[in-house]
Design a protein around this ligand. Sequence first.
Ligand SMILES: Cc1cc2nc3c(=O)[nH]c(=O)nc-3n(C[C@H](O)[C@H](O)[C@H](O)COP(=O)(O)OP(=O)(O)OC[C@H]3O[C@@H](n4cnc5c(N)ncnc54)[C@H](O)[C@@H]3O)c2cc1C
Length: 481
Amino acid sequence: MLARLLAKTGAPSLAAPPSLRAPLMLCPVPARRTVESVGERLLVIGGDGAGMTAAAQARRRQPELEIVALEMGRWTSYSACGIPYLIGGDLDGINDLIARSPDEFRSMRIDVRTEHEVVGLDLSSRKAEVHNRAHGRDFQLGFDLLHIATGARPRRPDIPGLEMAHVHGVQTLADAARLLDDARAQQPRHVVVVGSGYVGLELAESFLNRDASVTVVEAAHEVMGSLDPDMGALVARGMRQAGVTVRTGEELIEVTEGGVVTSAGELPADLVVLGLGVEPNADLAAAAGVDTGIKGSIAVDRQQRTSVEGVWAAGDCCQSFSIVSGRPVHLPLGTVANKQGRVAGINISGGYATFPGVAGTAVTRICRTEIGRTGLLEAEALAAGFGLLSSRVEATTTAQYMPDAQHTTVKLLAERGSGRLLGAQIVGGQGSAKRVDVISTALSARMSVEDLINLDLGYAPPFSSVWDPVQIAARQLLPQL
Ligand SMILES: Cc1cc2nc3c(=O)[nH]c(=O)nc-3n(C[C@H](O)[C@H](O)[C@H](O)COP(=O)(O)OP(=O)(O)OC[C@H]3O[C@@H](n4cnc5c(N)ncnc54)[C@H](O)[C@@H]3O)c2cc1C
């Protein structure tokens, strides 16, 4: 039924190269209907952003569709992004991080079942093997349509001591609850954060706010691998100014009762937090025969369809495409998960929408230092075959004579010859990070350096100088083109 319908739509195959500029389209295309009849069941696996956004879309568009959402944890639609601020004491409690509870979904006639883990899938007979964690019961659940939104799992290298109680990964709200309990009970004096990606940085800030002495241990030679090393160095400077001890080029060898052992020696630690990045949680889908792509993430086309008819995927478990290089990427971010979930939900319920890909935009903060990045890094641009030009400028976030002017550094990358913008990184004081959104928009529109210089950006002394810092960086690139 559904499979036959999909086969008839003539939809592009997974192998088709992504159009770099295809807009998100919403148009009534009855021939692409994917819900066949009243009484069909959509099964959603994963109850956070990518899963429940799709479920809510499908409900809105298909009032008759039966929707069952299985979530192995206790919460739905939560903000993992807020965990560092919960730990740091900015929020009252874990409930502040819940956007929509299971009961709210139930009131929308979405049958949410928490503490239900899908442990196996048979895609030919369209059945899921489900384990009810609360009651220890196993059962089978049939479905017609399937949406996989199983997220990502934290990397846990095989290092002695990582299983100890004072070592924390931070991925789910259950992790957050355990970490918060420990932080409150132990009042740790020495905290070691392993890894210096954005989660590591944000958790370093959380524990500074709890008056701990914080050391960040990073195996690479510079912090924040999502930046070029010269911009990472500015972040490391900001971290040190905030009071963090930064130890780069040091590998974690072992966690002991009262500390950690790195390739450079021993450090005291009452509490160890892992921020080593994540990998796609795609084993369930792969074992069921769904094709995987980059880093083992679920391969999807621009409608979020997997290689199996009637099966969609979205969020951290699946891949996306770079709108700059056209290459597949795995970008585990909430922004991407929610947008992909929306597109999947529209398509599942008989509409038509596409996800055009990602620029790779991310912002974060460690105390007073803000960080923004979008597009390609230098090494990525060269690997993608672009002739590369770059500029790096120092500027201020407001007119430089304003009392609260903050220092900011903007690095801009463009293609030699064409002047096409390829990416940007910004590190500086308050008002720096979100400037990267201008460049992200420019990347989506395939703008050139000249286009950016001529953009009509707002100006008044409390907000920027008459040339915004991103435009100053663009002007510096112009003579090199
Ligand atoms: C500390 C932290 C800070 C972050 N900060 C930001 C930020 O500032 N900005 C940003 O854009 N992103 C941020 N992120 C990333 C963002 O939270 C994720 O990209 C987003 O949550 C992904 O949504 P998802 O629905 O794809 O996956 P998830 O949120 O991981 O949800 C997947 C769900 O599926 C469930 N599940 C998995 N397997 C099964 C199964 N077999 N059966 C049933 N249920 C299953 C899981 O329990 C989970 O609830 C942060 C993440 C963390 C951990």
